[in-house]
Design a protein. Structure first.
Lengths: 282, 356
């Protein structure tokens, strides 16, 4: 009992903001690196779907998903300005410091998806947590069968990661379908909810041997789940990542616990089968 | 069992022995009225230390998991952020901790130091902690109408997880060592050999003490089963939730509650501290996210949460103990009378109603 304790799971490490990219109104992507290259190297081993805790000086700490794939040599967050911490992050300029600890959570079990079709359905900023999985799958394209990406936003201006979307649309072997709730700015694509894309002529969603990833606002989530189940998807083949209020990220503070699961440890990636058993609103 | 006997007049010499060994000794004292509290023993208050008294509402849990605890110090200097963890490593002894609270600390041990997890702040408080348990044997002082440790199998005399246990045998006290550290105290001449007669007296006293418990929730194990299997109707949770005033009192007095929140507060011009503070699942903001979305909106959802976390088999198996130690504090502080025994009884009634 007398050995000195050095490991502290609550201790964040300082990072420097490198650049900021505006994605859509109120949502920006923040590229950063740890000051200590050894920390950066350790952190870079995160899995797609994991998250991190971000500390803003004088404000506090908040959890946010990690949109980069570990295969990219970059670390960044895409964050909507919504509370005090995220607003403080939005006020930072390149060169400013903040602190990060993590990565936390289970992440996507990429090895389980090998040899399967992957269908990604993202509503609005729901594309943020799915981006890591999409990019990781595309980097190892030969391991998977068909890859489909469905992304919907309120208006064309609110489509996420536009350079990525353009790239995915051009990538052979990737079917990328976009939709908006309200057309504007000469939008020529589909208009309607993201589920309307499934019934579009020329779109055929594979059901057998397929994993569907669904992320988006609660109302979108409920409708897409209904569509997918209607198509014959099994509950265990529908995957999502949950968002919860979290203070520690390591299964201790108790805020994110639903049923028997601590979302920060056993999640945030769950199958719909698991989510239903947990029994709480999405 | 390593047992020794010491004269009644020598009991507080154990406090002196621990002080001599460099421990900060905390012990229970009587305040005004029914009020009792744990405080640090000094030469001025040493003679006022109580052996038999109602268990303080503010649980000794705070000596391993402080109500408010600084985790880090954050400073900003010319745009550079410096983060430094702050550790407290007290050498502390709790004299007169009750058996239920011993079980509470054991539960926290399993939670904060169990499996492959180590909470460094908790470990620093715990590693030099010496626990002197006093078995509850005085029905007029130690045991209240709200106590139900006989139902949670945590009292009136703890079986383990203490360093030293004291039991009042009348003119004498029996001391039992629970750890090698506890046993080292026995080298002091105040401790005499225990006889078979002393052991028999101990058993007789415990048998007699058990008869004085008024709250007997024999339905505990059935409730654990029903809660674990999710068989409690929403209606029952609503009935329980309707009586919750959302004050969070039950969690603040609970020796086995573990939830905390973290907040940063200013301590200097360019200096902040990050503290963790006890939090309560009864409060509506407990699960509310920055965007305003709250997955647990209704008060009965939150009550369901508290009792599920305490009674579900999954967690009992994980922590190897139940997050309820039968201390009865929630019964005493709850304005809506939905302490643990009442909830067990409400579940029993609702379940037997369904069967009819």
């Amino acid at each position: 009992m007398s050995t000195p304790i050095t490991e502290n799971v609550y201790l964040p490490k300082t990072t420097v903001l490198e650049r900021v990219v505006c994605e859509i109104p109120e949502v920006k992507t923040f590229y950063w690196r740890f000051q200590d290259p050894a920390e950066q190297k350790m952190f870079q081993r995160f899995r797609p779907g994991q998250f991190a805790q971000v500390s803003l000086f004088g404000v506090g700490e908040f959890p946010t998903s990690l949109p980069p794939s570990p295969t990219e040599n970059e670390t960044f967050f895409t964050v909507r300005q919504v509370g005090s911490c995220t607003s403080a992050l939005h006020r930072l300029n390149p060169g400013d410091q903040f602190a990060v600890r993590g990565p936390y959570g289970n992440g996507f079990p990429m090895e389980e998806y090998q040899g399967k079709n992957l269908v990604f359905v993202a509503g609005g900023i729901g594309l943020i947590p799915l981006r890591s999985c999409i990019v990781c799958a595309l980097q190892n394209r030969q391991r998977y069968q068909r890859i489909q990406i469905f992304h919907g936003a309120k208006t064309p201006k609110e489509l996420m990661y536009v350079p990525n979307l353009q790239e995915w649309e051009q990538t052979p072997g990737v079917e990328c379908h976009l939709t908006v709730d309200r057309a504007a700015d000469g939008w020529k694509g589909n208009v309607g909810v993201v589920g309307s894309l499934f019934k579009k002529p020329g779109v055929q969603v594979p059901v057998d041997n397929t994993i569907a990833f669904v992320c988006g606002p609660p109302v979108m989530f409920r409708f897409v789940i209904k569509d997918l189940l209607g198509m014959g998807f099994q509950e265990r083949n529908i995957v999502s990542t949950l968002e919860r209020y979290m203070k520690c990220g390591v299964g201790k503070c108790g805020h994110c616990c639903i049923g028997v699961a601590y979302v920060c440890v056993e999640g945030p990636v769950f199958t719909y089968e698991q989510i239903k058993k947990l029994g709480e609103d999405i | 069992m390593k047992a020794r006997i010491l004269a009644r007049a020598n009991v507080l010499k154990i406090v002196d022995l621990l002080c001599q060994q460099g421990y900060e000794v905390v012990a229970p004292f009587c305040g005004r009225g029914r009020d009792t509290y744990f405080d640090t023993v000094t030469e001025h208050n040493r003679d006022q230390v109580q052996i038999h008294l109602p268990n303080p509402y503010y649980p000794p849990k705070r000596f391993v998991f402080p109500h408010i605890e600084r985790l880090l110090k954050l400073q900003r200097d010319n745009g550079e952020i410096h983060i430094e963890p702050t550790y407290e490593e007290p050498k502390r002894a709790i004299f007169g901790i009750r058996s239920c609270d011993i079980a509470g600390i054991y539960h926290l041990d399993r939670f904060y130091l169990g499996r492959d997890f180590r909470d460094v702040y908790y470990e620093n408080h715990r590693k030099n902690l010496f626990l002197v348990n006093v078995a509850c044997t005085d029905p007029s002082q130690d045991i209240s109408d709200d106590c139900f440790c006989v139902c949670t199998d945590t009292g009136p005399a703890a079986r383990d997880h203490f360093d030293l246990q004291l039991m009042d045998l009348g003119d004498e006290f029996m001391a039992v060592a629970g750890t090698p550290v506890g046993e080292t105290l026995f080298t002091d001449p105040i401790f005499k050999k225990a006889t078979e007669a002393h052991v028999a007296r101990r058993h007789a006293i415990l048998d007699e003490t058990r008869k004085h418990f008024k709250t007997m929730t024999s339905w505990f194990s059935a409730t654990v089963r029903y809660v674990s299997q999710g068989e409690i109707l929403d209606k029952t949770w609503e009935e329980i939730g309707n009586r919750c005033l959302e004050c969070g009192g039950c969690t603040y007095v609970c020796p086995a509650c573990t939830c905390f929140t973290v907040s940063d507060r200013q301590i200097g011009a360019n200096e902040f501290e990050r503290v963790r503070v006890w939090d309560a699942c009864a409060l509506s903001g407990f699960t509310r996210m920055a965007g305003g979305f709250n997955p647990r909106r209704a008060v009965h959802d939150r009550r369901n949460r508290r009792f599920f976390r305490k009674l579900a088999h999954h967690f009992i198996q994980r922590e190897l103990s139940m997050a309820c130690v039968g201390c009865g504090r929630c019964v005493a502080v709850c304005h809506g009378d939905i302490g643990m025994p009442t909830v067990v009884e409400m579940i029993r009634r609702a379940t037997t109603e369904v069967d009819q």
